[in-house]
Design a protein around this ligand. Structure first.
Ligand code: NAD
Length: 400
C-alpha cells in the first residue's frame, strides 16, 4: 500500500510523561503506516525545554505561525516539585501560555461524542464547543481590602494628563474593592478567532455577556463582536448558512441546557473558566475533550484538553500495565492532519482522518475501551484494554 504524501510539514510538539509515551505509540501504529509524515519536530519535553532555556517553545510557536498547523502533546507546567524532580534551572512558564501569547490565540474545546458514553444532559446530541477569552478581567485584577470608612474612586489618567473619575463607593465600614480591565485589541482578536473558527467548522456562534448590568464593560464585548461581524464576516456567514447570535449570559446558559448542542459558545474569561468545566464534565470525560488554539489570522494548534496523566506514568515506569485513554490525542493528530489536508488540497489526508476517527469510535462502541471509559459507559459488559491493546484494536478496525 502506498503512503499518503504531504506537501507542507506539520509542526509537531512532543511533550511529557504518559502522553509522550502515547504520542510515540500513536505515531507508530496509526500514522506512520499510512502517511509519509512531513513534520517539523520540536521536543517540548521538560528536560529539553530546560536545556534550551525554553527557547524551543518559542521556536515551535514561531514555526506554527510560519506553516499554519501544529499538533501538540501535553506538557508539564513546572511547579516547585517539578523543579526538584527534574533539577530545573528555573520554574519555566506554562508552554501553553507562551504559545497562546505568540499566536494571540483563542482555545476552543470540544467533546468527542460516542455511543455508550452518554452526556448527563439528555438533550445534548451534538457536541458543544466552548471558546474562552484568555485575557484580562478578574485574572488580571487589582484588589484592595478596605480597612474602614473612606471613599473608593476609579481614576483614569490619560497620556496627556486628563483625568476621568468615578466614585465606586463611599464606605462607612470595612469592605473590598477590585479593579479589572480589558483591551479592545484583545477582544477583537478573540472575536476574529471565534468567527474564523465558526466558519471553518460551519457551526453557529453564540456570545453571552451581562451587558444589561455592565453597560460599559460587558457592552464593549457585544459592540466589538457586532462590529467585527458586520464589517468582516457577515457575508461569509450568510454564504455558509450559519448565524451569529448574541444573548444575555443568563439566557445563554438556560438555552445551552435545553439545546441539542452543535454550536460554538464564546465566553468571557471567567464565564469560560467555569462553563468549560461544566460542559466537559457533563459530556463525560476529560480524556474525551479535544482542544484547538486558533489565531485571529487562522493558524491552528491541536491538542488534547487533558494533562500528562502523571499517575499512570509512574505506574508505567514501574512496569505496571496502564490503561490511559489516547482518544483525545488521536483526535489532535487527525484534526491537525485533516486541516493540513484542507489547506493543501490533499483529499487523502482528510479521508484518512475521517476513517481513523471512525475506527476509534467503532472500537469503543464495540465495548472495548480504556479503564476511564469502562467505569462510566452505559454499554453492557465493557472490556477494559491497555493503551497499547486499544491502539492495536483501532489499527485493526481501520485496516478493515
Ligand atoms: P491530567 O489531565 O493529567 O489528569 C487529571 C485527572 O484525569 C487524573 O486523575 C488522570 O488520571 C485523569 N486523566 C486525564 N487524562 C486521562 C487520560 N487520557 N486517560 C485516563 N485518565 C486521564 O492533569 P493533572 O494530573 O492535573 O496534571 C498532570 C500534569 O499535566 C501536570 O504537570 C500539568 O502541568 C500538566 N497539564 C498539562 C496540560 C497541557 O499540556 N495542555 C493540561 C493540564 C495539565
Amino acid at each position: 500500500m502506498s503512503k499518503i504524501n504531504m506537501t507542507t510539514p506539520i509542526v509537531e510538539m512532543d511533550g511529557d510523561e504518559m502522553t509522550r509515551v502515547l504520542w510515540q505509540m500513536i505515531k507508530d501504529k496509526l500514522i506512520l503506516p499510512y502517511i509519509d509524515l512531513k513534520s517539523e519536530y520540536y521536543d517540548l519535553g521538560l528536560k529539553h525545554r530546560d536545556e534550551t532555556d525554553d527557547q524551543v517553545t518559542v521556536d515551535s510557536a514561531n514555526a506554527t505561525l510560519k506553516y499554519g498547523v501544529a499538533v501538540k502533546c501535553a506538557t508539564i507546567t513546572p511547579n516547585n516539585e517539578r523543579v526538584k524532580e527534574y533539577g530545573l534551572k528555573k520554574m519555566w512558564k506554562s508552554p501553553n501560555g507562551t504559545i497562546r501569547a505568540i499566536l494571540d490565540g483563542t482555545v476552543f474545546r470540544t467533546p468527542i461524542m460516542v455511543k455508550g458514553i452518554e452526556p448527563n444532559v439528555r438533550t445534548w446530541t451534538s457536541p458543544i464547543t466552548l471558546a474562552r477569552h484568555a485575557y484580562g478581567d478578574v485574572y488580571k485584577n487589582v484588589e484592595i481590602r478596605v480597612p474602614g470608612p473612606g471613599k473608593a474612586e476609579l481614576v483614569f489618567t490619560g497620556a496627556d494628563g486628563t483625568e476621568v473619575r468615578e466614585t465606586i463607593h463611599e464606605f462607612d465600614e470595612p469592605g473590598i474593592i477590585q479593579g479589572i480591565h480589558n483591551k479592545d485589541s484583545s477582544i477583537k482578536s478573540f472575536a476574529r478567532a471565534c468567527f474564523k473558527y465558526a466558519l471553518s467548522e460551519k457551526k453557529e456562534l453564540w456570545l453571552g455577556t451581562k451587558d444589561t448590568i455592565s453597560k460599559t464593560y460587558d457592552r464593549r464585548f457585544r459592540e466589538i463582536f457586532d462590529e467585527v461581524f458586520e464589517t468582516e464576516f457577515k457575508e461569509e456567514f450568510e454564504k455558509t448558512g450559519i448565524t451569529y447570535f448574541y444573548t444575555l449570559i443568563d439566557d445563554a446558559v438556560a438555552r445551552v441546557m435545553k439545546s441539542k448542542g452543535g454550536f460554538i459558545w464564546a465566553c468571557k474569561n471567567y464565564d469560560g473558566d467555569v462553563m468549560s468545566d461544566m460542559v466537559s464534565s457533563a459530556f463525560g470525560s476529560l480524556a474525551m475533550m479535544t482542544s484547538v488554539l486558533v489565531s485571529p489570522t487562522g493558524v491552528y494548534e491541536y491538542e488534547a484538553a487533558h494533562g500528562t496523566v502523571q499517575r499512570h506514568y509512574y505506574k508505567y515506569l514501574k512496569g505496571e500495565p496502564t490503561s490511559t485513554n489516547p482518544v483525545a490525542t488521536i483526535f489532535a493528530w487527525t484534526g491537525a492532519l485533516r486541516k493540513r489536508g484542507e489547506l493543501d488540497g490533499i483529499k487523502e489526508l482528510c479521508t484518512w482522518a475521517d476513517k481513523m476517527e471512525k475506527a476509534t469510535l467503532s472500537v469503543i462502541e464495540s465495548g472495548r475501551m480504556t479503564g476511564d471509559l469502562a467505569l462510566i459507559t452505559t454499554l453492557p459488559d465493557p472490556v477494559k484494554l491497555g493503551s497499547e491493546e486499544f491502539l492495536d484494536a483501532i489499527a485493526e478496525e481501520f485496516n478493515k
